[in-house]
Design a protein around this ligand. Structure first.
Ligand SMILES: [Zn+2]
Ligand SMILES: [Zn+2]
Length: 156
């Protein structure tokens, strides 16, 4: 069999998959089944929401979409990231968290008791006074550490 014959066979098989009615309906059923789970995960990302780990996403979305699995969470994160709806938040030494895309400049607070990250809207502003002579400051990245409100209450 020539190379061209192999290619055309492969192409025909592919196109049968796309035009085959049963194949197409199976595909759309699979997509439909995934939509409530995707919507549940999507609803966690709001303008004033804190960045979430995949595990936190699983815990918070499960009451909205039962039988959600961590594999589906990861798959949905990847899809929403590709759609430009969410962005990763990388805090030093931490696995990535995710938040809604397009938020303005902001910072984060890490609770070293419960390990949750929170959004901080305040910013010290221009830090060029801290910049060494002759250096050009482009941006800054600030993470605050301490106890969140519920952990500080528990600590008394
Ligand atoms: Zn805490
Ligand atoms: Zn800032």
């Amino acid at each position: 069999m020539s190379f061209l014959e192999v290619i055309s066979r492969f192409a025909n098989r592919e196109s049968r998959i796309w035009v085959n009615n049963r194949g197409f309906s199976l595909y759309s059923v699979a997509m439909e089944r995934q939509t409530p789970q995707r919507d549940a995960i999507r609803s966690l990302f709001t303008e004033d929401g804190d960045p979430l780990t995949p595990q936190e996403i699983l815990e918070q979305a499960t009451p909205l979409a039962p039988r959600l699995s961590i594999a589906t969470v990861y798959r949905t994160i990847r899809a929403l990231e590709e759609l430009g709806e969410i962005v990763p938040v990388e805090l030093p030494g931490e696995p990535p968290r995710y938040e809604l895309a397009g938020k303005g400049h902001h910072h984060h607070f890490m609770c070293d008791q419960c390990g949750r990250a929170f959004e901080v809207d305040a910013c010290p502003g221009d830090l060029s006074k801290m910049t060494p002579k002759g250096f050009v400051l482009r941006t800054h990245d600030i993470t605050l550490y301490g106890l969140c409100d519920s952990c500080s209450k528990r600590a008394g």
